[in-house]
Write a protein that binds this ligand. Structure first.
Ligand code: COA
Length: 171
């Protein structure tokens, strides 16, 4: 895929030497959008990309050899899956380095997840996202995700997550 600046965005499995960078950019992206609740230790989870590579599939977005984004692809029932049901795949912790935003990297990562899910035989992809993640919500709607309010949930008091679903059978 080509970014807005014309550079090629490659999305592939992350290599172990890249885990730390993906952890750092994930914290920076979530912090930029005020998605780390005050007093929480969520930043430690976000930084631990190695755990995500272990319990799920960690994908990296790379432009000109530089890792600029990451996302975690989870199969139903795997350690990082939260709201998926049988037949569905899920993704978590989508993040683009704040300096690389608005270039199509987020879209490339989500499209890679959809391709990965299709290859795995899933019939749909689901995710949950904080109500405050407005840039992410725009991206999901633009790509054809639909709201799934019956699976909205609150992992901790005061943190409301909205669910979205992309039906793969339709495309
Ligand atoms: C959400 C997030 C991943 C999006 O990443 P991104 O790389 O900026 O996403 P994209 O570049 O694909 O899309 C962002 C904007 O750029 C625009 N854009 C992208 N490529 C473009 C192109 N080639 N030409 C013109 N515009 C383009 C998109 O239309 C979009 O505009 P919009 O927000 O007004 O709809 C990023 O903002 C982020 O990391 N946010 C914090 C973490 C987060 O919210 N994660 C998701 C939690 S569920």
């Amino acid at each position: 895929m080509t970014s807005r600046t014309g550079a090629a965005v490659v999305v592939r499995r992350a290599d172990p030497p890249e885990y730390a960078q993906i952890g750092r950019l994930t914290v920076a992206a979530y912090r930029a959008d005020r998605m780390i609740p005050d007093g929480s230790r969520y930043d430690e989870q976000l930084a631990d990309a190695a755990a995500r590579a272990d319990g799920a599939e960690l994908l990296a977005a790379v432009i000109d050899g530089r890792v600029v984004g990451g996302v975690t692809f989870c199969r139903y029932g795997s350690p990082f899956a939260e709201i998926s049901r049988p037949g569905e795949a899920e993704f978590r912790m989508l993040a683009v380095d704040p300096s690389a935003r608005g270039s199509g990297v987020g879209e490339a990562l989500v499209r890679a997840v959809l391709g990965r899910a299709r290859d795995s035989g899933a019939e749909a992809v689901v995710l949950s996202t904080p109500d405050t993640a407005l840039a992410a919500h725009r991206l999901y709607l633009r790509l054809g995700f639909v709201r799934l309010p019956e699976r909205d949930w609150e992992p901790v008091a005061g943190v409301r997550l909205s669910a979205y679903r992309f039906p793969l059978a339709d495309c």
